[in-house]
Write a new protein. Structure first.
Length: 333
């Protein structure tokens, strides 16, 4: 790599990195405060009694409790363990990284000059429809066909013993031990300070974890845009193929494992690809990627993960191909 190529790479890397980093920071701060301050059972109070309506509302809860996909899986594990209906939990898990104000703002910002409102709205709508579709299907399936055996056993046991034998309730929050908050030697101010520190630590951990993946993704994208894409005839052929382009970008999103609060800044730089292919990248990535496969296994059965992954991939691919075939000239970068 000559000096000019290294300079181009550095400029591309830093420009994408500095654009996306503030949104990662904002998202992880909110995630940290939700982790520590959100009482168990809070989300249940937002849900209707009707099962189908509850799933539909769950797909919108990301607007109230915005978390990226890196943080949502541990939250879902805690909520399911405390009795949140499984269909609602999966609907929220898949939709929250996409249907939330931080992701919307970052997508709109990244696609300035590339139909930002259409891309932002299309991403929100498609992500929501897929999430509630999965939720509605899962709500009609038994827990043991979806959840890991240990988690399903725990939930079934709790359903028979809702209250402790002494009549007290479990007030543990978010799976964290906050016993220090109830230490009689601590003043209320010290307890609040302790929780604030815990929230900041949680946000810091999320920021470091997400930042590593994002930096790797930025480096690969910068290398792709400055060292591979220019003059690559095969890439022009791939990007111009309405069937292959969405599949290729979904595979790229799966490998890069980017955070939903920053992936739009990378998608927007893939100038050779069509609008619908970029949309497929932005919807599939927050739902399924390399790191999420490992995280999902802490909650879901492997067979269910495989079926869900293939189904979501196929549905997004069909939507992207159909859009490009019928409406490809309506919205272009």
């Amino acid at each position: 790599m000559n000096a000019d190529a290294r300079q181009d790479f550095a400029l591309a890397f830093l420009s994408i990195l500095f654009e996306g980093a503030p949104f990662i920071l904002l998202g992880t701060l909110i995630s940290g405060f939700i982790d520590i301050y959100l009482p168990a059972g809070t989300m249940d109070r937002f849900l209707p009694k009707n099962r189908n309506l509850a799933v539909l509302v769950s797909g919108l809860l990301g607007a109230v409790f915005p978390v990226c996909e890196c943080a949502v899986v541990p939250v879902i594990r805690r909520l399911v363990g405390k009795g949140l209906p499984l269909g609602c939990a999966l609907s929220y898990m898949l939709a929250a990284p996409i249907v939330n104000p931080i992701t919307a703002l970052s997508t709109w910002k990244a696609f300035q000059g590339q139909a930002p409102w259409a891309m932002t709205g299309g991403r929100m709508l498609l992500g929501y429809l897929i999430a509630v579709g999965v939720g509605l299907i899962v709500s009609r399936i038994s827990l043991r066909r979806v959840l890991r055996k240990s988690l399903a056993d725990s939930i079934e046991h709790k359903s028979h013993t809702t209250h402790k034998s002494d009549g007290t309730h479990d007030h543990s929050c978010c799976g964290h031990d906050h016993s220090h908050d109830h230490d009689h030697d601590h003043s209320p101010k010290k307890a609040d300070d302790s929780r604030l520190i815990a929230a900041m630590r949680s946000a810091q951990k999320d920021f470091v974890d997400v930042g590593v993946y994002f930096t790797i993704g930025v480096a690969i994208t910068a290398l792709f845009n400055t060292g591979i894409a220019p003059g690559a005839i095969w890439l022009d052929s791939l990007a111009g193929n309405p069937a292959a382009a969405p599949a290729a970008l979904m595979a790229l999103a799966f490998i890069l494992s980017l955070c939903s609060t920053s992936d739009a800044f990378i998608a927007a730089t893939l100038a050779k690809f069509t609008w619908s292919a970029k949309l497929a990248f932005l919807v599939f990535g927050p739902m399924l990627d390399v790191k999420l496969i490992f995280l999902y296994q802490s909650v879901l059965r492997r067979k269910f993960i495989l079926v869900m992954a293939l189904s979501v991939f196929a549905f997004i691919w069909v939507v992207a191909v159909a859009w490009e075939t019928w409406f490809g000239k309506v919205v272009l970068p």
